[in-house]
Design a protein around this ligand. Structure first.
Ligand SMILES: [Cu+2]
Length: 121
């Protein structure tokens, strides 16, 4: 990467931080796949996340309307998803199988059904 590129990226990051768009803290390593997950009343897109056993991914979580939750208890990952903010979490697919993730922030009428599936193979 050239210095010019680096500078442009830094300016971009600073601008995004100023708008409150940067989530905390987790930055993807170059080897990690980044998966964007959108929550909107009352669905996750994508609803199915397919991972390879042993893979670590960074999830970029965005809520489009109200605060939602993301909870994948089998992988000990949970966080709030706050509108106008990208929240990042790291998840390691350490075992094969089908696992549910779901919203655990009461977000409205469809909250109880708000869930998705992580498939690890
Ligand atoms: Cu909810």
């Amino acid at each position: 990467m050239t210095n010019q590129h680096k500078r442009r990226l830094m300016i971009g990051a600073a601008g995004a931080a100023g708008l409150g768009l940067l989530g905390p803290l987790v930055r993807a390593q170059s080897s990690e796949r980044v998966i964007r997950l959108i929550a909107k009343k009352f669905v996750y897109t994508p609803a199915i996340i397919e991972l390879t056993k042993g893979e670590t991914v960074v999830l970029e979580l965005m809520a489009m309307d109200v605060t939602m939750g993301f909870n994948a208890p089998d992988f000990h990952v949970r966080t709030d998803m706050v509108p106008d903010k990208v929240t990042t979490v790291r998840l390691t697919a350490d075992k094969p199988g089908k696992f549910e993730f779901f919203c655990d922030v009461l977000c409205g009428d469809g909250h109880e059904d708000m869930a998705g599936t992580i498939i690890v193979s």
